[in-house]
Design a binder for this molecule. Structure first.
Ligand code: SF4
Ligand code: F3S
Ligand code: FES
Length: 246
């Protein structure tokens, strides 16, 4: 057991960092220390969590300047004398303490045209290739922690881009539907114009922080960019757009 120094964001957007010394035991994670802080010194500390197993996506926060799951970040990754600074996710409005408002994500989710199979296909008739099943399964591992959205420099360093860029999580969802072999909708225009795909310059930071190990950039964003480019630079599509045919 040892006592460690924490700096924790308290209050809303105009709040600040408060210092606490918190007891930490071997094998504990940052969320354990925050719970002990709540139990012993700061009973009104707002912190969101649910599963404590890296599966619900609720306990996302910035720990020493990196978006991370607090339930999966072991205290042992920090040096004994290192101060652990904990703040809310940077790219979302803070509600209080470590809790922020991620409703922007759900608004974007609702804007995505839903799965659109061909109505002429009878239920049970469509057969998916295994490669298509596996592609969707990878994307479906997402726990909606929004670490990817918080690390992406497009909005992390440029607040003015936030209304125009949905972030990697929902661009991945658009890509998942666009690449689904049974889906008939064309989501390339919405990806580019409404979700801001063009802002992504494939730095891959989103992929690096994803706790589910999803290859967001390589398997979703880059293929989606290729599809958008095919549409834009295909001379037949260009001609079609000029004469009103999609
Ligand atoms: Fe979290 Fe990964 Fe889903 Fe992004 S893609 S929300 S980092 S699980
Ligand atoms: Fe951002 Fe990921 Fe693209 S970090 S720039 S969305 S590759
Ligand atoms: Fe569920 Fe951390 S508490 S992912």
């Amino acid at each position: 057991m040892s006592e460690r120094l924490f700096r924790v964001w308290r209050g809303g957007a105009d709040g600040g960092l408060s210092e606490y010394r918190v007891e930490v035991n071997e094998g504990e994670v940052v969320l354990d220390a925050l719970h002990r802080l709540q139990a012993t010194q700061a009973p009104d500390l707002a912190v969101r969590w649910n599963c404590k197993a890296g599966k619900c996506g609720s306990c996302s926060m910035e720990i020493n300047g990196m978006p991370r799951l607090s339930c999966m970040t072991r205290m042992s990754v920090f040096a004994e004398d290192e101060t652990v600074t904990v703040t809310p996710l940077r790219t979302f409005p803070v509600i209080r303490d470590l809790v922020c408002d991620v409703s922007f994500n759900y608004d974007k989710a609702r804007e995505i045209p839903s799965f659109t199979p061909d109505p002429a296909t009878e239920p049970g008739d469509f057969r998916m290739a295994q490669v298509d099943v596996e592609r969707s399964q990878e994307f479906r591992k997402c726990i909606e922690c929004f670490l990817c959205n918080s690390v992406c420099h497009v909005i992390r360093d440029h607040e003015e881009n936030q209304p125009h860029f949905s972030g990697p999580r929902y661009l991945m969802r658009v890509a998942e539907l666009e690449m689904h072999p049974e889906d008939t909708a064309d989501r390339r225009a919405i990806a580019q114009d409404e979700f801001g795909l063009g802002y992504c310059n494939i730095t891959k930071c989103c992929t690096e922080v994803c706790p589910e190990g999803i290859h967001i950039t390589d398997n979703a964003l880059i293929p989606m960019k290729e599809r958008v480019a095919d549409r834009r630079y295909d001379p037949l599509v260009w001609l079609g757009s000029k004469i009103g045919v999609r």
